[in-house]
Design a protein. Structure first.
Length: 666
């Protein structure tokens, strides 16, 4: 079975589909390690010839009258064989031909010596000295790695020569003939059997090594395929967010250290939601695939394209200036426009699919960060949409329409707590097995003085950059303890913790002070850490996490699979829960996405933490998680972020409503 499996694997690798045969396996066995066999034959012959010549001393002692003749035979055969084999080795003669040369030399050496030695006058001595012939038989069967059938012929010829001499030169002593005849035959049978066993063992070792090699190659290929899958968007086949983030880091480092300018472009399909509503999600997916293929076809060296999420694509290009960026972006815009994909639900006078593109060039500016160029491209994209779509806009820091409002937000955050501009909402986390609300995730909200909401994606980076995240973080922890835990509305409250907070000396001590102030046990809190670009695995962060765990606080890994250091964090830190990013659940509609999701679940489960999957938006997704025995889930289907005054009533409704789909026969 091992032989068949090994060769079946090899056949698949080589593209062979027929059933394996012994002839094929034997041919593969003979061709394996050809050079090693040639070297082995050469070295073995040198040793054999030297031993053969050393026995000249025995000739001088036992049969001195014919010793000159036997020694001449030894040296002529030995030297001639060495010269021939050395010539074969240097001319890369196949090992099988070198085996034939050695076998012939072995027979000639024995027969030449034998018929020279029996002419001696020392009849009594030679009658015992003939035992030397057994060494040649053993050499044919054991010393050289001949094939069994071949060694059988060679040693059989030597047996025949020995018996011939025994019968014709010592006819009168029947006891002697019987004893030596049995000895010769026994040596022949025994050494032939050992040769058969050795050849069989070599063959089995070869098959096992072949199977191990093929399994290793298959495992390596699967690993590469999994890596490609983890870096590829399952719908469009483009690079996914992870691969794009890595490429962005490479370009950023090249710009920071070597001044290599690059551009980032965000491409958004105009009115795509209306396209989905009109033609259906399948046609929407097909539209994205066609657009992706068209954009990919326009890529050139130094340019990378990926899907950044939803209907948004991103292009990273090593360019010299903004003019080149605008030229490339305009080419991409025209490429999509020329596809002429029908989109009749638009209300702007255009009936085809188009894209809006925002571009930004890496430039020197105060407080430059990796995310800055993406933010600037996003601002340029916003301006492109605001000015009619189907156009290209390049970020201009001097244009008030495209510049961001980070300075205004930074000023607002300084007074946000004092003026009650920040608040908390809580999103339920459900235990899938029981349908019970296991925890609540704390989410921060910010509104401007006129009541306009500011998205967290905008104000959180500003808070981290300006340091106000420290005070906001302490306020969020204290407020969650008082609003939810003190009123026993949930067993655990999870709070997102910024890398800036973990790096700050005294953070764990400030948390301990809040717990003492509010009278809340640390075991009722969980801190969610996101694996991202800003998270560095230095000793201060690890020490802070260890101090928090001493307080009884659970440590969760948030958005697993979207950053750079997820596996490293799993290795360094014993997380209580790992939250798998929503994108992996949403990609389960495709076979590759589902397999990727299963691989991630198995990986996390083998490490030991509980598994929480976010982004549940349908009963089908919830049932999928139930089938995979996921511990907890979170998403709009299970409950939206809710203010504390509505939390208790809505949590009860969700708990009663979520149990039914999992037990329903449908």
């Amino acid at each position: 079975m091992a032989q068949a499996k090994a060769y079946t694997d090899d056949s698949r690798v080589q593209g062979v589909t027929e059933a394996p045969s012994q002839a094929h396996l034997q041919a593969l066995y003979r061709s394996d390690r050809e050079e090693a066999r040639r070297v082995g034959v050469r070295h073995g012959l040198w040793v054999a010839v030297l031993v053969y010549l050393v026995f000249s001393i025995t000739d001088l002692l036992l049969i001195p009258d014919v010793a000159p003749l036997t020694i001449a035979v030894r040296f002529s055969v030995g030297v001639a064989t060495l010269i021939l084999v050395e010539w074969q080795y240097r001319h890369e003669t196949p090992a099988s031909y070198m085996d034939v040369t050695c076998a012939i030399a072995l027979v000639v050496a024995y027969v030449g010596w034998l018929f020279s030695a029996i002419t001696t006058e020392y009849t009594h001595t030679i009658s015992y000295y003939l035992v030397f012939g057994a060494i040649f038989m053993m050499s044919a069967n054991l010393f050289f790695s001949f094939r069994f059938s071949f060694s059988l012929v060679v040693s059989g010829f030597m047996l025949f020569a020995s018996l011939f001499v025994l019968v014709n030169w010592f006819p009168l002593d029947s006891v002697y003939q019987l004893s030596f005849g049995v000895f010769y035959i026994s040596c022949f049978v025994f050494t032939s059997y050992v040769n058969w066993r050795l050849n069989r063992e070599r063959y089995n070792v070869f098959l096992n090594a072949l199977e191990a090699k093929l399994q290793h190659a298959e495992a390596t290929e699967r690993g590469k395929a999994l890596l490609r899958l983890s870096r590829t968007d399952p719908l469009t086949g483009l690079d996914n967010r992870r691969a794009i983030d890595e490429r962005l880091r490479e370009l950023w480092d090249g710009w920071q250290h070597h001044g290599q300018t690059f551009a980032a472009m965000l491409i958004d399909v105009d009115f795509f939601k209306r396209f989905n509503d009109c033609y259906g999600h399948q046609q929407g997916d097909q539209c994205l695939v066609v657009v992706a293929e068209a954009l990919q076809a326009r890529m050139r060296p130094g340019v990378t394209i990926g899907r950044y999420g939803g209907e948004e694509f991103i292009v990273l290009a090593a360019l010299e200036n903004g003019d080149e960026a605008v030229e490339l972006a305009e080419d991409l815009r025209m490429t999509v426009q020329n596809l002429a994909l029908k989109h009749q639900q638009r209300r702007d006078g255009i009936d085809i699919v188009t894209v809006s593109i925002g571009a930004a060039i890496a430039r020197q500016h105060t407080g430059s960060k990796l995310e800055k160029i993406i933010h600037e491209a996003d601002r340029a994209l916003y301006l492109a949409k605001a000015t009619g779509r189907n156009c290209v806009k390049l970020f201009d820091p001097n244009d008030p329409q495209s510049s961001d409002e980070s300075e205004n937000i930074a000023a607002l955050l300084k007074v946000a707590i004092e003026m009650n501009l920040v608040s908390l909402v809580y999103q339920p986390i459900q235990q899938i097995g029981t349908g019970r609300i296991e925890a609540l995730e704390t989410l921060m909200r910010l509104r401007m003085l006129d009541g306009t909401s500011v998205p967290p994606s905008l104000f959180i980076p500003v808070a981290e950059r300006t340091g106000t995240i420290l005070e906001l973080g302490r306020w969020a922890i204290r407020t969650a303890c008082l609003e939810v835990i003190a009123n026993d509305l949930t067993p655990i409250v999870s709070i997102n913790v910024s890398p800036v907070q973990l790096k700050m000396p005294g953070f764990a001590a400030s948390v301990a002070a809040i717990l003492g102030e509010t009278g809340v046990s640390g075991s009722r809190l969980a801190f969610e850490i996101t694996e991202g670009l800003e998270m560095e695995m230095h000793s201060d962060v690890l020490r802070c996490i260890a101090d928090l765990k001493l307080l009884g606080i659970e440590i969760w890994l948030d958005d697993f699979g979207t950053g750079f250091a997820g596996l490293s964090w799993l290795r360094l830190i014993e997380f209580d829960t790992v939250k798998i990013d929503r994108s992996f659940l949403h990609d389960c509609d495709s076979e590759r996405g589902y397999e990727m999701f299963q691989d991630i679940v198995r990986l996390v489960r083998n490490r030991g933490p509980k598994i929480l999957v976010e982004g549940v938006e349908s009963v089908e997704q919830l049932e999928l998680l139930h089938d995979l025995k996921i511990d907890m889930a979170q998403g709009y289907y299970l409950g939206r972020p809710t203010p504390v005054d509505l939390l208790s009533r809505e949590a009860g409704v969700r708990t009663r409503g979520r149990k039914r789909p999992l037990s329903s026969p449908a």
